[in-house]
Design a protein around this ligand. Structure first.
Ligand code: PAP
Length: 333
């Protein structure tokens, strides 16, 4: 076995073991194929496709298909959905803390659950075995999938709670660029074509819908929003904005707690604001998470340091065109 592969297998095995510790020994699923899958994605990163939607590693089209047919959450489950770099990690941490704040054991589990396990489209369906066997009362999932790739009717019928978080697209683009620049997957020639390391080339592929980001050819962030928008008033769905969360975190955290049916006093909300602030989360982050730009700047309007005037105007034009019929206003300052 090549040395690289051995190192990767050991790293993925360690990640799995950290989580499996929370499942009684005689019930632990065999994770050999998951560990192999994770390492293989690093060694030979590939874009995969289902129903015309394309997925970058570490996501998998096969798992997306399996999920649509088989994943059956209940009213105890919470799904945080978003386009990449719009505040997923932050919102997920708020949900985890709102629910489990007072439970040390569960907070320890929350710490080792990474998107590799809890995202609907990550890894192989074996992830679902792990997620279902973990001892949590309310399971917290994540996804970057557009709504048509999730069985929304089933989720609504089963009263699974869904939080969809959005962010102004200019800050999203800059955050996404910075993450991709450091992505080990993008070192191969094939992947670098989709996600160029140079800013202007990256921007061009993105706004022309050439990047495979859970999207069909020609689609990008506005199409993701359009796919979720019809569900915004459903009882089991809550729409949030990153900039609103920045402006008044206590108000937005209270909104999340109410939506989840969890009673939290003003004092507790204050503690949650502190525990989920950018500084606290960055300090507590695991090494892989901090290395991969999950916690970069955490600001509104950083796009001004990256986009040219022409690029900013082009984004306005493209977003206005695609979202003209819907009632979503972004905050750019
Ligand atoms: P993902 O799609 O890879 O999961 P996601 O968590 O959605 O990424 O978004 C990451 C962004 O949220 C980063 O933005 P930046 O690159 O502009 O800095 C990250 O810094 C920001 N972020 C993470 N945690 C927080 C937080 N607690 N408060 C504010 N912003 C945060």
């Amino acid at each position: 076995m090549a040395a690289d592969k051995k190192v990767l297998m050991a790293m993925f095995m360690k990640m799995q073991e950290d989580v499996l510790k929370f499942i009684p020994e005689n019930e632990r699923p065999d994770v050999t194929d998951l560990v192999g899958f994770g390492s293989q994605q690093f060694l030979n990163p590939k874009v995969t496709e289902c129903k015309g939607y394309r997925f970058p590693p570490p996501f998998s089209a096969e798992t997306v298909e399996w999920q649509y047919d088989n994943w059956t959450p209940t009213d105890k489950d919470v799904l945080v959905a978003s386009y990449p770099k719009t505040g997923t990690t932050w919102t997920t941490q708020i949900v985890k803390s709102v629910i489990y704040k007072d439970d040390e054991n569960m907070m320890a589990l929350m710490k080792v659950i990474t998107p590799n396990i809890s995202y609907l489209e990550s890894g192989t369906p074996k992830n679902y075995d792990i997620m279902l066997k973990l001892p949590w009362k309310r399971k917290i999932w994540g996804t970057h999938l557009p709504a048509p790739l999730i069985n929304m009717e089933r989720l609504k019928k089963n009263r699974c709670k869904i939080i969809y978080v959005m962010r102004n697209p200019k800050d999203q683009v800059v955050s996404w660029f910075n993450m991709n620049k450091n992505m080990p997957f993008n070192k191969t020639e094939e992947m670098a074509k989709h996600f160029p390391a140079e800013w202007n080339a990256f921007f061009e592929t993105l706004v022309n819908g050439k990047q495979p980001v859970h999207s069909k050819e020609g689609e990008w962030y506005p199409d993701h929003i359009l796919s979720w928008y019809p569900y915004r008033n459903d009882d089991n769905v809550l729409f949030l904005m990153y900039e609103e969360m920045k402006k008044d975190p206590a108000k937005e955290i209270k909104k999340i707690a109410d939506f989840l049916g969890v009673k939290r006093s003003d004092e507790e909300i204050g503690e949650l604001v502190e525990a989920t602030s950018f500084q606290s989360m960055k300090k507590e982050a695991s090494k892989p998470m901090s290395q991969m730009s999950f916690f970069r700047k955490g600001k509104v309007a950083d796009w001004k340091n990256q986009l040219t005037v022409a690029q900013s105007e082009l984004m306005d034009e493209k977003f206005n065109e695609k979202l003209s019929g819907i009632d979503i206003k972004f905050t750019y300052e």
